[in-house]
Design a protein around this ligand. Structure first.
Ligand SMILES: Cc1ncc(COP(=O)(O)O)c(C=O)c1O
Length: 390
């Protein structure tokens, strides 16, 4: 008898490089600047609320009522429009689940979804699992601006949706009004659903403002806006995300969410709802705290011989290092470069090429470093990099 075979739709993707390099970091006792998880605790009110939580049974499928109300109110202000917590907000198991549910909610097999690369590793697997095809628009370094013509070229008659991540991991961009206007024009022309990943909404630098795409009146009716609590509250393991969309899109997304997970973890939803009203000051200070960490890491990387672009938001930098190439002897690809760095500097970063579908010229020494770490961790990593690359 033939051996059991995995489903064909899983063939187009493999293990996440981000998780692989976290495993390697543990194996080589490296400082992990790979995966985007803080090496410090969440704010104390969140921990205190967790200690007191009394919710141990299922919540409503679409989430704890108090938490949905808080998220609706926090979103309505920047959007300049009301958000209905009952008909438009769904609490999910992290942004990852929200994204998969959003794609499954609006995409049929054979459809296409536009993604902007470099991009977070989750998007393409979500599209492929839905039986759809990714259409790629490449953002060019070092500016990573959206080019309206390149964007328009990615859309065709089978295109149903576009995934937009802003503030952007890993390019560090916060897309501006002109770029959002190009997105809006394309969505209107092709009748696309816009799926936004705004997990880093609070983390923007140098006085910039995050512009939520759904604050535009023309995008609001066609947007599934996704956010999460993991990054701003340094609680990535809590797996709390949310999706906000007009009722018809929300109904479709909730169908997927219900049969995938029933609900997000009840005690964590309750604790978040308890603590969030006390966390205003924390949330207002998040960007400034990360800006200091950004400045420390960029200075350390520069001193170790890396070229670093401007980082406007989120907490990553895609950095290149010609010196690394000289030390290693021209690596074949950025996975080799990241492995060399783990073994010789005991610092983990993520291969830059894992954020691209296509081959990118000259990316063999492109690496992504995360700076959601204590400043002493970043300095210690810098010292190791300088020594290994001297
Ligand atoms: C852009 C982006 N989207 C989604 C995620 C995953 O979010 P979550 O942990 O809430 O599933 C991450 C995590 O690093 C991310 O950087």
């Amino acid at each position: 008898m033939a051996a059991p075979q995995p489903a064909r739709r899983l063939r187009g993707f493999g293990e996440s490089q981000i998780r692989r390099f976290t495993r390697l970091a543990q194996e080589f006792d490296a400082i992990n600047l790979g995966q985007g998880m803080p090496d410090f605790d969440p704010p104390e009110p969140l921990l205190a609320a967790l200690r007191q939580t009394a919710s141990h049974q299922y919540t409503f499928t679409w989430g704890d009522g108090a938490l949905r109300e808080i998220i609706a109110a926090q979103t309505a202000a920047p959007w300049g429009a009301p958000v209905d917590p009952d008909r438009e907000v769904t609490i999910t198991c992290g942004v990852t689940e929200a994204l998969v549910a959003a794609v499954f909610a609006v995409v049929d097999p054979g459809d296409e979804v536009i993604v902007l690369e470099p991009m977070h590793e989750n998007y393409v697997p979500a599209i492929l699992m839905a039986g759809a095809t990714p259409r790629v628009c490449t953002l060019r370094a070092p500016d990573y601006r959206i080019d309206p013509d390149a964007l328009a070229a990615a859309a065709g008659p089978r295109t149903r949706a576009l995934i937009l991540n802003t503030p952007h991991n890993p390019a560090g961009r916060v897309f501006d009004a002109e770029e959002l206007a190009a997105i809006a024009a394309l969505c209107d022309r092709h009748g696309l659903v816009l799926i936004t990943d705004e997990i880093y909404a609070e983390i923007v630098y140098d006085g910039r403002r995050h512009l939520p795409p759904a604050a535009r009146a023309d995008l609001r009716p066609r947007t599934i806006a996704i956010g999460g609590l993991g990054k701003a509250l340094s609680a990535t393991g809590w797996r709390l995300g949310y999706a906000i969309a007009p009722p018809t899109l929300t109904d479709a997304l909730r169908k997927v969410h219900e049969y995938l997970v029933i609900c997000a973890p009840a005690p964590l939803q309750e604790a978040a709802a308890q603590a969030l009203p006390e966390l205003g000051e924390h949330l207002r200070g998040v960007a400034a705290a990360y800006q200091r960490r950004r400045d420390v890491l960029l200075a350390e990387l520069t001193a170790a011989g890396f070229e670093v672009p401007r980082v406007e938001g989120a907490y990553y930098v895609l950095a290149d290092c010609a010196r690394l190439s000289a030390r290693m002897g021209a690596p074949q690809n950025s996975s080799d470069a990241a492995e060399w760095l783990i073994r010789h500097a005991r610092v983990a970063a993520i291969p830059g090429q894992s954020f691209y579908l296509a081959d990118v010229a000259g990316a063999a020494t492109l690496l992504r470093f995360a700076f959601c770490k204590r400043e002493e961790t970043l300095r210690a990593a810098g010292a190791r990099l300088r020594e290994a690359l001297a």
